[in-house]
Design a protein around this ligand. Structure first.
Ligand code: F6P
Length: 327
C-alpha cells in the first residue's frame, strides 16, 4: 500500500499560543485556521496556552474569528506560562484532554519552552507541529522567529529617541533590551543604532574599565553622547550606570525598555513569514508529517523533527559581532 493510502485522514486540529507573546502570532493563528478550513478540517483554538488546555478552554474557530487580526500585536488566543505543564502529570493530562477533543494534530506557536511541552505531548502520542515565535530569536533550527523583526524595530526606534536626549545633555545612556539569555536583540540594535558599546551574555564577561576609558577618551574628543546597549542576560544596568558615572564624571542614565518591545503591530516580515509558517504547519499535518518544527533557514521554509530541532545549538553570528565592534 502506498504511504498516502496508509495515512490516517485527519479531520480536527488544535492551535495554541504559549510563552511570551510576540507580534505576528495572530498572523500565524490566522494562517493555521484558514489553511485548515480551506482543506476541510475543523480547528479548535486553545486559549491561554497549555494553562488553558489543562482547563479545557477550547473553542471552535471559524474563518471570521481570525478576521481583522493580522495587523494586531499580542495574541487573540491569549498566552501563559504553565508550571503544571512542566510536570509529568500535567503533560499526561494535557494529552488526555487533546485526545478527548479528537485533536489529531496540535500546532504550538511559541518559543523553546513551549516546544519542550510539545515534545512531551509527542511522547504521549499527540502529533505536534511547532511554529517558532519569540522576540528573542533564540531557536536554533531557524534564522527567523515570529516577533523578532518587530521587536528589533521597536527597540531601534526607542533607542534613536534616547540618543536625541543623550546628545542634548551630553550623557552616557545605557539601554537594556530584552532577550532573556540571548543577545540577538542587543546585537541587532547595537548595529542599527550605531551604539558605542554592546554587552552580550554570549560574551560571558565584559571589561567595565575598558568602557570607562573609552567614555573618557570619547569625551576628550568632543563626542556628545555614548550609547551602551546592554542585553537583559547581562543585566545590572542601573548599578552599572551609577558606577560609570562615578568613574567617568559623565552623567549616565539607564533605561530598561522592557515589555514595550513585545507589543505593537507586526512588521511586514513578521506578518508574511508568520503566515507562511502557519500554512506550512497545517500542510505538514495534512501530509502526514509527525512532530516537526517549521522554520526558515538559508532562504527556504523548512521543517525539522522536533527532537532534532531542540538539540541544535545557536551561536551569535561571529561576523556581525566583529563588525559591531568596528562600526
Ligand atoms: O521570551 C520573551 C521574553 O520577552 C524575554 O525576552 C524576557 O526575558 C521574558 O520574555 C520576560 O517574560 P515575562 O513577560 O514573563 O516577564
Amino acid at each position: 500500500m502506498k504511504e498516502q493510502e496508509m495515512r490516517e485522514p485527519i479531520h480536527t486540529i488544535g492551535v495554541l499560543t504559549s510563552g511570551g507573546d510576540a507580534p505576528g502570532m495572530n498572523a500565524a493563528v490566522r494562517a493555521v485556521v484558514r489553511t485548515a478550513l480551506a482543506n476541510g478540517l475543523n480547528v479548535l483554538g486553545i486559549r491561554r496556552g497549555y494553562h488553558g488546555l489543562l482547563r479545557e478552554e477550547i473553542i471552535d474557530m471559524s474563518r471570521k474569528d481570525v478576521a481583522d487580526t493580522i495587523q494586531r500585536g499580542g495574541t487573540i488566543l491569549q498566552t501563559a506560562r504553565s508550571q503544571q505543564m512542566r510536570t509529568p502529570e500535567g503533560q499526561r493530562k494535557a494529552a488526555t484532554i487533546l485526545k478527548k477533543y479528537g485533536v489529531q494534530g496540535l500546532v504550538v506557536i511559541g518559543g523553546d519552552g513551549s516546544f519542550a511541552g510539545a515534545q512531551k505531548l509527542a511522547e504521549y502520542g499527540i502529533n505536534v507541529i511547532g511554529i517558532p515565535a519569540t522576540i528573542d530569536l533564540d531557536i536554533a533550527c531557524t534564522d527567523f522567529t515570529i516577533g523578532f523583526d518587530t521587536a528589533a524595530n521597536t527597540a531601534m526606534e526607542a533607542i534613536d529617541k534616547i540618543r536625541d536626549t543623550s546628545t542634548s545633555h551630553e550623557r552616557c545612556s545605557i539601554v537594556e533590551v530584552m532577550g532573556r539569555d540571548a543577545g540577538y536583540l542587543a546585537l541587532w540594535c547595537g548595529i542599527a543604532n550605531g551604539a558605542e558599546y554592546i554587552l552580550l551574555p554570549e560574551e560571558h564577561e565584559y571589561d567595565e574599565q575598558a568602557i570607562i576609558n573609552d567614555i573618557i577618551e570619547n569625551r576628550k574628543n568632543g563626542k556628545k553622547h555614548y550609547i551602551i546597549i546592554n542585553a537583559e542576560g547581562v543585566g545590572d544596568s542601573i548599578n552599572m550606570a551609577k558606577r560609570i558615572e562615578e568613574a567617568t564624571g559623565v552623567e549616565t542614565r539607564a533605561t530598561i525598555l522592557g515589555h514595550l518591545q513585545r507589543g505593537g503591530s507586526p512588521t511586514v516580515k513578521d506578518r508574511v513569514y508568520a503566515s507562511v509558517l502557519g500554512s506550512k504547519a497545517v500542510d505538514c499535518l495534512i501530509d502526514g508529517k509527525k512532530n516537526r518544527v517549521v522554520g526558515y533557514q538559508n532562504a527556504q521554509f523548512i521543517d525539522f523533527d522536533i527532537n532534532d530541532a531542540l538539540k541544535m545549538q545557536k551561536e551569535i553570528p561571529e561576523y556581525q559581532l566583529k563588525i559591531s565592534k568596528i562600526l
